[in-house]
Design a binder for this molecule. Sequence first.
Ligand code: SAJ
Length: 412
Amino acid sequence: MKLCICGLGYIGLPTAAMFASHGVSVHGVDVNVHAVETINKGMIHIVEPGLGEVVRQAVKENMLRASTEACEADAFIICVPTPFKGESHEPDLSYVESATAEIAPFLRKGNTVILESTSPVGTTERVAEILREMRPDLVMASENTDECDVFIAYCPERVLPGRIMTELVDNDRIVGGINRVSADKASDIYAVFVKGELLRTNARTAEMSKLTENSFRDVNIAFANELSLICDRLNIDVWELIALANHHPRVNILNPGPGVGGHCIAVDPWFIVSRTPDLARIIHTARLVNDGKPEWVKQQVRNAIAKLNRHCNIACLGLAFKPDIDDLRESPSVFIARDLAKEYPGCVMAVEPNITELPEIFDGTGLRLVSAEEALKADIILLLVDHREFRSISPDFDEKQILIDTRGLWRK
Ligand code: SAJ
Protein backbone atom coordinates (compact mmCIF):
# COMPACT_ATOMS: atom_id res chain seq x y z
CA MET A 1 0.00 0.00 0.00
CA LYS A 2 1.12 3.54 -0.71
CA LEU A 3 -0.08 6.46 1.41
CA CYS A 4 0.05 10.22 0.88
CA ILE A 5 -0.22 12.16 4.16
CA CYS A 6 -0.84 15.93 4.00
CA GLY A 7 0.43 17.84 7.04
CA LEU A 8 3.53 16.61 8.88
CA GLY A 9 2.96 18.21 12.28
CA TYR A 10 2.26 16.79 15.74
CA ILE A 11 -0.24 14.25 14.35
CA GLY A 12 0.69 13.81 10.68
CA LEU A 13 4.35 12.99 11.24
CA PRO A 14 3.83 10.36 13.97
CA THR A 15 1.05 8.82 11.85
CA ALA A 16 3.27 8.79 8.76
CA ALA A 17 6.15 7.26 10.74
CA MET A 18 3.87 4.63 12.27
CA PHE A 19 2.53 3.50 8.86
CA ALA A 20 6.04 3.53 7.38
CA SER A 21 7.36 1.34 10.19
CA HIS A 22 4.56 -1.16 9.44
CA GLY A 23 5.51 -1.74 5.82
CA VAL A 24 3.49 1.05 4.15
CA SER A 25 5.26 3.31 1.68
CA VAL A 26 4.52 6.87 2.85
CA HIS A 27 4.79 10.12 0.92
CA GLY A 28 4.43 13.01 3.39
CA VAL A 29 3.47 16.50 2.25
CA ASP A 30 3.97 19.80 4.06
CA VAL A 31 4.09 23.46 3.04
CA ASN A 32 6.91 23.99 5.56
CA VAL A 33 10.13 23.53 3.57
CA HIS A 34 12.21 23.31 6.76
CA ALA A 35 10.03 20.41 8.01
CA VAL A 36 10.33 18.61 4.65
CA GLU A 37 14.12 18.97 4.54
CA THR A 38 14.53 17.92 8.17
CA ILE A 39 12.42 14.78 7.71
CA ASN A 40 14.26 13.81 4.52
CA LYS A 41 17.48 13.90 6.56
CA GLY A 42 15.88 11.38 8.92
CA MET A 43 15.37 13.98 11.63
CA ILE A 44 12.33 15.62 13.24
CA HIS A 45 11.24 19.25 13.68
CA ILE A 46 8.93 18.67 16.67
CA VAL A 47 9.46 17.25 20.17
CA GLU A 48 7.78 13.92 20.85
CA PRO A 49 9.29 11.00 22.80
CA GLY A 50 10.10 7.97 20.64
CA LEU A 51 9.27 9.68 17.31
CA GLY A 52 12.83 10.54 16.22
CA GLU A 53 14.05 6.96 16.06
CA VAL A 54 11.03 5.70 14.08
CA VAL A 55 11.40 8.54 11.54
CA ARG A 56 15.16 7.96 11.24
CA GLN A 57 14.65 4.25 10.53
CA ALA A 58 11.73 4.79 8.11
CA VAL A 59 13.66 7.37 6.06
CA LYS A 60 16.74 5.15 6.03
CA GLU A 61 14.68 2.23 4.71
CA ASN A 62 13.13 4.50 2.09
CA MET A 63 9.61 3.89 3.45
CA LEU A 64 9.05 7.57 4.33
CA ARG A 65 9.90 10.64 2.31
CA ALA A 66 8.64 14.19 2.50
CA SER A 67 7.84 16.72 -0.19
CA THR A 68 6.02 20.01 -0.68
CA GLU A 69 3.81 18.33 -3.29
CA ALA A 70 1.33 15.45 -3.23
CA CYS A 71 1.53 12.42 -5.51
CA GLU A 72 -0.53 9.39 -6.57
CA ALA A 73 -1.26 6.87 -3.81
CA ASP A 74 -3.80 4.25 -2.70
CA ALA A 75 -5.01 6.39 0.18
CA PHE A 76 -4.71 10.02 1.30
CA ILE A 77 -4.79 11.27 4.90
CA ILE A 78 -5.28 14.96 5.69
CA CYS A 79 -3.79 16.09 9.04
CA VAL A 80 -3.58 19.87 8.68
CA PRO A 81 -4.44 22.46 11.36
CA THR A 82 -7.97 23.81 11.85
CA PRO A 83 -7.55 26.94 14.01
CA PHE A 84 -10.32 29.43 14.68
CA LYS A 85 -10.46 32.93 13.28
CA GLY A 86 -9.67 35.53 15.95
CA GLU A 87 -12.36 36.92 18.24
CA SER A 88 -15.31 35.43 16.31
CA HIS A 89 -14.07 31.88 17.05
CA GLU A 90 -15.32 30.76 13.62
CA PRO A 91 -13.42 27.69 12.41
CA ASP A 92 -10.82 28.37 9.73
CA LEU A 93 -11.08 25.53 7.19
CA SER A 94 -8.69 27.06 4.66
CA TYR A 95 -5.92 24.50 5.35
CA VAL A 96 -8.33 21.56 4.93
CA GLU A 97 -9.68 23.08 1.73
CA SER A 98 -6.25 23.67 0.22
CA ALA A 99 -5.01 20.17 1.19
CA THR A 100 -8.13 18.73 -0.47
CA ALA A 101 -7.47 20.76 -3.63
CA GLU A 102 -3.82 19.62 -3.54
CA ILE A 103 -4.69 15.90 -3.64
CA ALA A 104 -7.64 16.15 -6.07
CA PRO A 105 -5.56 15.91 -9.29
CA PHE A 106 -3.90 12.68 -8.08
CA LEU A 107 -7.06 10.72 -7.24
CA ARG A 108 -7.83 7.45 -9.01
CA LYS A 109 -10.73 5.00 -8.89
CA GLY A 110 -10.48 2.87 -5.73
CA ASN A 111 -8.67 5.52 -3.61
CA THR A 112 -9.63 6.35 -0.02
CA VAL A 113 -9.47 9.91 1.37
CA ILE A 114 -9.38 10.31 5.15
CA LEU A 115 -9.71 13.58 7.07
CA GLU A 116 -8.06 13.51 10.53
CA SER A 117 -7.99 17.24 11.34
CA THR A 118 -10.31 18.27 14.20
CA SER A 119 -13.20 19.77 12.27
CA PRO A 120 -16.70 21.19 12.69
CA VAL A 121 -19.56 18.87 11.80
CA GLY A 122 -20.05 18.71 8.02
CA THR A 123 -16.39 19.24 7.04
CA THR A 124 -15.94 15.74 5.58
CA GLU A 125 -18.98 16.39 3.38
CA ARG A 126 -17.31 19.67 2.36
CA VAL A 127 -14.16 17.70 1.39
CA ALA A 128 -16.33 15.39 -0.73
CA GLU A 129 -17.97 18.40 -2.37
CA ILE A 130 -14.62 20.00 -3.31
CA LEU A 131 -13.40 16.69 -4.76
CA ARG A 132 -16.65 16.28 -6.69
CA GLU A 133 -16.25 19.77 -8.21
CA MET A 134 -12.58 19.25 -9.10
CA ARG A 135 -12.94 15.67 -10.37
CA PRO A 136 -16.30 15.24 -12.11
CA ASP A 137 -14.82 12.14 -13.81
CA LEU A 138 -14.90 10.19 -10.50
CA VAL A 139 -17.90 9.21 -8.37
CA MET A 140 -17.15 10.48 -4.85
CA ALA A 141 -18.65 8.74 -1.82
CA SER A 142 -22.07 10.07 -0.87
CA GLU A 143 -24.60 9.24 1.81
CA ASN A 144 -27.23 6.50 1.27
CA THR A 145 -25.29 4.58 -1.36
CA ASP A 146 -22.18 2.42 -1.31
CA GLU A 147 -21.65 2.90 -5.06
CA CYS A 148 -18.58 5.13 -5.53
CA ASP A 149 -15.08 5.35 -7.04
CA VAL A 150 -13.48 7.24 -4.14
CA PHE A 151 -14.14 6.38 -0.48
CA ILE A 152 -14.19 9.28 1.99
CA ALA A 153 -14.05 9.10 5.80
CA TYR A 154 -13.37 11.11 8.95
CA CYS A 155 -11.07 9.54 11.51
CA PRO A 156 -10.06 11.79 14.43
CA GLU A 157 -6.97 11.23 16.55
CA ARG A 158 -7.19 11.17 20.35
CA VAL A 159 -3.52 10.94 21.30
CA LEU A 160 -2.04 12.84 24.23
CA PRO A 161 1.05 14.91 23.40
CA GLY A 162 4.02 13.26 25.12
CA ARG A 163 2.51 9.78 24.67
CA ILE A 164 1.64 9.89 20.98
CA MET A 165 3.67 6.88 19.86
CA THR A 166 1.99 4.49 22.29
CA GLU A 167 -1.50 6.02 22.22
CA LEU A 168 -1.56 5.91 18.39
CA VAL A 169 -1.32 2.14 18.61
CA ASP A 170 -3.31 1.40 21.76
CA ASN A 171 -6.21 3.88 21.75
CA ASP A 172 -9.58 2.89 20.33
CA ARG A 173 -10.38 4.92 17.22
CA ILE A 174 -13.55 6.22 15.67
CA VAL A 175 -13.86 5.80 11.91
CA GLY A 176 -16.72 7.74 10.32
CA GLY A 177 -17.49 7.02 6.68
CA ILE A 178 -19.51 9.24 4.36
CA ASN A 179 -21.08 5.87 3.52
CA ARG A 180 -20.67 2.42 5.05
CA VAL A 181 -18.09 1.17 2.54
CA SER A 182 -15.89 4.24 3.20
CA ALA A 183 -15.84 3.43 6.94
CA ASP A 184 -14.83 -0.16 6.09
CA LYS A 185 -12.01 0.97 3.76
CA ALA A 186 -10.63 3.52 6.25
CA SER A 187 -10.86 1.01 9.07
CA ASP A 188 -8.81 -1.51 7.06
CA ILE A 189 -6.10 1.14 6.61
CA TYR A 190 -5.76 1.92 10.33
CA ALA A 191 -5.84 -1.79 11.17
CA VAL A 192 -2.26 -1.85 9.82
CA PHE A 193 -0.99 -0.60 13.21
CA VAL A 194 -3.92 0.16 15.56
CA LYS A 195 -4.33 -2.42 18.31
CA GLY A 196 -7.29 -0.62 19.92
CA GLU A 197 -10.84 -1.12 18.65
CA LEU A 198 -11.81 0.51 15.35
CA LEU A 199 -15.34 1.81 15.91
CA ARG A 200 -17.28 2.45 12.73
CA THR A 201 -19.92 5.16 12.35
CA ASN A 202 -20.87 7.94 9.94
CA ALA A 203 -18.69 11.00 9.29
CA ARG A 204 -20.88 13.54 11.13
CA THR A 205 -20.99 11.46 14.31
CA ALA A 206 -17.22 10.95 14.16
CA GLU A 207 -16.65 14.71 13.74
CA MET A 208 -18.94 15.48 16.66
CA SER A 209 -17.38 12.81 18.83
CA LYS A 210 -13.92 14.41 18.61
CA LEU A 211 -15.38 17.80 19.56
CA THR A 212 -17.44 16.20 22.32
CA GLU A 213 -14.45 14.51 23.98
CA ASN A 214 -12.49 17.74 24.28
CA SER A 215 -15.57 19.76 25.26
CA PHE A 216 -16.33 17.24 27.99
CA ARG A 217 -12.88 17.83 29.44
CA ASP A 218 -13.17 21.61 29.05
CA VAL A 219 -16.52 21.69 30.85
CA ASN A 220 -15.15 19.57 33.69
CA ILE A 221 -12.04 21.73 34.09
CA ALA A 222 -14.29 24.82 34.05
CA PHE A 223 -16.29 23.31 36.92
CA ALA A 224 -13.07 22.94 38.94
CA ASN A 225 -11.93 26.47 38.00
CA GLU A 226 -15.29 27.95 38.98
CA LEU A 227 -15.11 26.14 42.33
CA SER A 228 -11.66 27.65 42.92
CA LEU A 229 -13.11 31.17 42.58
CA ILE A 230 -16.09 30.39 44.82
CA CYS A 231 -13.87 28.79 47.48
CA ASP A 232 -11.48 31.75 47.47
CA ARG A 233 -14.40 34.10 48.16
CA LEU A 234 -15.77 31.82 50.90
CA ASN A 235 -12.35 31.18 52.46
CA ILE A 236 -12.35 27.43 51.80
CA ASP A 237 -9.35 25.43 50.55
CA VAL A 238 -10.58 24.23 47.13
CA TRP A 239 -8.05 21.37 47.01
CA GLU A 240 -9.22 19.96 50.30
CA LEU A 241 -12.82 20.43 49.19
CA ILE A 242 -12.27 18.54 45.91
CA ALA A 243 -10.36 15.73 47.62
CA LEU A 244 -13.22 15.31 50.08
CA ALA A 245 -15.97 15.51 47.45
CA ASN A 246 -14.13 12.97 45.29
CA HIS A 247 -14.56 10.39 48.06
CA HIS A 248 -18.17 10.18 46.89
CA PRO A 249 -18.40 7.07 44.69
CA ARG A 250 -19.93 8.97 41.77
CA VAL A 251 -18.03 12.29 41.97
CA ASN A 252 -14.75 12.90 40.17
CA ILE A 253 -13.85 16.59 40.00
CA LEU A 254 -10.78 17.62 37.98
CA ASN A 255 -8.08 20.07 39.08
CA PRO A 256 -8.30 23.86 38.96
CA GLY A 257 -5.35 25.65 37.36
CA PRO A 258 -4.37 29.01 35.87
CA GLY A 259 -6.54 28.37 32.76
CA VAL A 260 -6.71 25.89 29.91
CA GLY A 261 -3.95 25.81 27.31
CA GLY A 262 -2.79 23.82 24.30
CA HIS A 263 -4.25 23.66 20.82
CA CYS A 264 -7.15 21.31 21.41
CA ILE A 265 -9.26 21.74 24.52
CA ALA A 266 -9.31 25.53 24.34
CA VAL A 267 -10.22 25.45 20.63
CA ASP A 268 -12.49 22.51 19.80
CA PRO A 269 -15.50 23.51 21.94
CA TRP A 270 -15.77 26.70 19.84
CA PHE A 271 -16.49 24.50 16.79
CA ILE A 272 -19.67 23.32 18.51
CA VAL A 273 -20.55 26.79 19.83
CA SER A 274 -20.14 28.46 16.42
CA ARG A 275 -22.49 25.94 14.75
CA THR A 276 -25.21 25.92 17.43
CA PRO A 277 -24.78 29.10 19.51
CA ASP A 278 -28.32 29.08 20.89
CA LEU A 279 -28.02 25.50 22.15
CA ALA A 280 -24.40 25.11 23.31
CA ARG A 281 -24.85 27.12 26.52
CA ILE A 282 -22.83 25.04 29.01
CA ILE A 283 -20.05 24.46 26.47
CA HIS A 284 -19.86 28.21 25.74
CA THR A 285 -19.88 29.21 29.41
CA ALA A 286 -17.14 26.67 30.19
CA ARG A 287 -14.92 28.33 27.57
CA LEU A 288 -15.54 31.75 29.11
CA VAL A 289 -14.86 30.45 32.65
CA ASN A 290 -11.57 28.83 31.61
CA ASP A 291 -10.48 31.79 29.47
CA GLY A 292 -11.27 34.12 32.39
CA LYS A 293 -9.04 32.31 34.87
CA PRO A 294 -5.69 33.96 33.86
CA GLU A 295 -7.18 37.41 34.54
CA TRP A 296 -8.30 36.25 38.00
CA VAL A 297 -4.78 34.93 38.70
CA LYS A 298 -3.25 38.29 37.71
CA GLN A 299 -5.68 40.03 40.07
CA GLN A 300 -4.49 37.76 42.89
CA VAL A 301 -0.96 39.02 42.23
CA ARG A 302 -2.12 42.66 42.27
CA ASN A 303 -3.91 42.02 45.56
CA ALA A 304 -0.75 40.45 47.03
CA ILE A 305 1.34 43.47 45.98
CA ALA A 306 -1.19 45.80 47.61
CA LYS A 307 -1.08 43.70 50.77
CA LEU A 308 2.73 43.75 51.01
CA ASN A 309 2.63 47.46 50.25
CA ARG A 310 6.28 47.67 49.13
CA HIS A 311 8.37 47.23 45.99
CA CYS A 312 7.94 43.53 45.16
CA ASN A 313 9.51 41.09 42.81
CA ILE A 314 7.36 38.29 41.41
CA ALA A 315 8.46 34.77 40.43
CA CYS A 316 6.33 32.75 38.00
CA LEU A 317 6.99 29.05 38.37
CA GLY A 318 6.26 27.14 35.16
CA LEU A 319 5.41 28.45 31.67
CA ALA A 320 4.40 25.26 29.79
CA PHE A 321 0.70 24.60 29.16
CA LYS A 322 0.78 21.53 31.39
CA PRO A 323 3.26 19.63 33.60
CA ASP A 324 6.43 17.95 32.37
CA ILE A 325 6.39 19.13 28.75
CA ASP A 326 8.29 21.88 26.91
CA ASP A 327 5.25 23.07 24.93
CA LEU A 328 4.56 26.76 25.63
CA ARG A 329 2.00 27.23 22.86
CA GLU A 330 -1.29 28.78 23.95
CA SER A 331 -0.20 28.44 27.56
CA PRO A 332 -2.15 30.51 30.11
CA SER A 333 1.03 30.65 32.23
CA VAL A 334 2.87 32.38 29.38
CA PHE A 335 0.13 35.00 29.03
CA ILE A 336 0.06 35.60 32.78
CA ALA A 337 3.88 35.95 33.02
CA ARG A 338 4.01 38.20 29.96
CA ASP A 339 1.24 40.51 31.18
CA LEU A 340 2.73 40.76 34.67
CA ALA A 341 6.18 41.51 33.22
CA LYS A 342 4.66 44.38 31.21
CA GLU A 343 2.67 45.65 34.19
CA TYR A 344 5.59 45.48 36.64
CA PRO A 345 8.68 46.18 34.49
CA GLY A 346 11.92 44.73 35.80
CA CYS A 347 10.16 42.92 38.68
CA VAL A 348 9.12 39.62 37.11
CA MET A 349 11.15 36.42 36.74
CA ALA A 350 10.18 32.94 35.56
CA VAL A 351 11.37 29.37 36.05
CA GLU A 352 10.73 26.81 33.32
CA PRO A 353 12.88 23.70 33.74
CA ASN A 354 11.99 22.37 30.26
CA ILE A 355 13.39 25.27 28.21
CA THR A 356 16.72 27.06 27.96
CA GLU A 357 15.55 30.19 26.13
CA LEU A 358 12.46 32.34 26.41
CA PRO A 359 10.26 32.41 23.29
CA GLU A 360 9.72 35.58 21.24
CA ILE A 361 6.48 36.46 22.99
CA PHE A 362 8.59 37.73 25.92
CA ASP A 363 10.78 40.00 23.78
CA GLY A 364 10.92 43.47 25.27
CA THR A 365 9.10 42.49 28.48
CA GLY A 366 12.25 42.30 30.61
CA LEU A 367 11.16 38.93 32.03
CA ARG A 368 14.16 36.96 33.30
CA LEU A 369 14.55 33.17 33.20
CA VAL A 370 16.01 32.13 36.57
CA SER A 371 16.65 29.02 38.67
CA ALA A 372 14.04 27.69 41.09
CA GLU A 373 16.40 28.53 43.93
CA GLU A 374 16.49 32.22 43.01
CA ALA A 375 12.75 32.32 42.34
CA LEU A 376 11.87 30.96 45.76
CA LYS A 377 13.42 34.06 47.35
CA ALA A 378 10.97 36.41 45.58
CA ASP A 379 8.37 38.44 47.48
CA ILE A 380 5.52 36.86 45.54
CA ILE A 381 5.75 33.29 44.35
CA LEU A 382 3.20 32.40 41.68
CA LEU A 383 3.08 28.66 41.05
CA LEU A 384 1.61 28.12 37.57
CA VAL A 385 2.63 24.59 36.50
CA ASP A 386 3.16 21.56 38.74
CA HIS A 387 6.28 20.29 36.97
CA ARG A 388 8.06 17.35 38.60
CA GLU A 389 10.99 19.65 39.44
CA PHE A 390 8.64 21.72 41.64
CA ARG A 391 6.85 18.69 43.09
CA SER A 392 10.15 17.51 44.55
CA ILE A 393 10.72 20.78 46.46
CA SER A 394 9.19 21.51 49.90
CA PRO A 395 9.72 25.26 50.12
CA ASP A 396 9.96 27.08 53.40
CA PHE A 397 8.58 30.59 52.90
CA ASP A 398 8.96 33.33 55.50
CA GLU A 399 6.07 35.52 56.62
CA LYS A 400 7.19 38.37 54.32
CA GLN A 401 6.57 36.25 51.21
CA ILE A 402 3.21 35.48 49.60
CA LEU A 403 2.55 32.21 47.77
CA ILE A 404 -0.15 32.09 45.10
CA ASP A 405 -0.47 28.43 44.22
CA THR A 406 -2.75 27.93 41.19
CA ARG A 407 -2.19 24.16 41.19
CA GLY A 408 -2.52 23.32 44.88
CA LEU A 409 1.00 21.92 45.05
CA TRP A 410 2.43 23.71 48.07
CA ARG A 411 -0.69 24.45 50.09
CA LYS A 412 -0.24 24.01 53.81
N1 SAJ B 1 -5.99 20.97 32.87
C1 SAJ B 1 -6.42 21.53 34.07
N2 SAJ B 1 -6.97 20.69 35.01
C2 SAJ B 1 -7.10 19.35 34.80
C3 SAJ B 1 -6.66 18.80 33.57
C4 SAJ B 1 -6.11 19.64 32.61
O1 SAJ B 1 -6.34 22.74 34.30
O2 SAJ B 1 -7.58 18.66 35.71
C5 SAJ B 1 -5.42 21.85 31.83
C6 SAJ B 1 -3.95 21.57 31.52
O3 SAJ B 1 -3.11 22.20 32.44
C7 SAJ B 1 -3.81 22.12 30.12
C8 SAJ B 1 -5.19 21.86 29.50
O4 SAJ B 1 -6.06 21.62 30.60
O5 SAJ B 1 -3.57 23.52 30.15
C9 SAJ B 1 -5.26 20.71 28.52
O6 SAJ B 1 -4.47 19.59 28.97
P1 SAJ B 1 -4.96 18.07 28.85
O7 SAJ B 1 -3.90 17.21 29.43
O8 SAJ B 1 -6.32 17.93 29.45
O9 SAJ B 1 -5.15 17.81 27.30
P2 SAJ B 1 -4.26 18.03 25.94
O10 SAJ B 1 -4.69 19.36 25.36
O11 SAJ B 1 -2.83 17.80 26.14
O12 SAJ B 1 -4.83 16.82 25.03
C10 SAJ B 1 -6.24 16.70 24.80
C11 SAJ B 1 -6.67 15.24 25.12
N3 SAJ B 1 -8.13 15.17 25.15
C12 SAJ B 1 -8.80 14.65 26.22
O13 SAJ B 1 -8.25 14.24 27.21
C13 SAJ B 1 -10.29 14.57 26.10
C14 SAJ B 1 -6.09 14.29 24.06
O14 SAJ B 1 -6.56 12.96 24.25
C15 SAJ B 1 -6.49 14.77 22.65
O15 SAJ B 1 -5.97 13.93 21.63
C16 SAJ B 1 -5.91 16.17 22.45
O16 SAJ B 1 -6.52 17.04 23.44
C17 SAJ B 1 -6.24 16.62 21.03
O17 SAJ B 1 -5.34 16.55 20.18
O18 SAJ B 1 -7.40 16.96 20.75
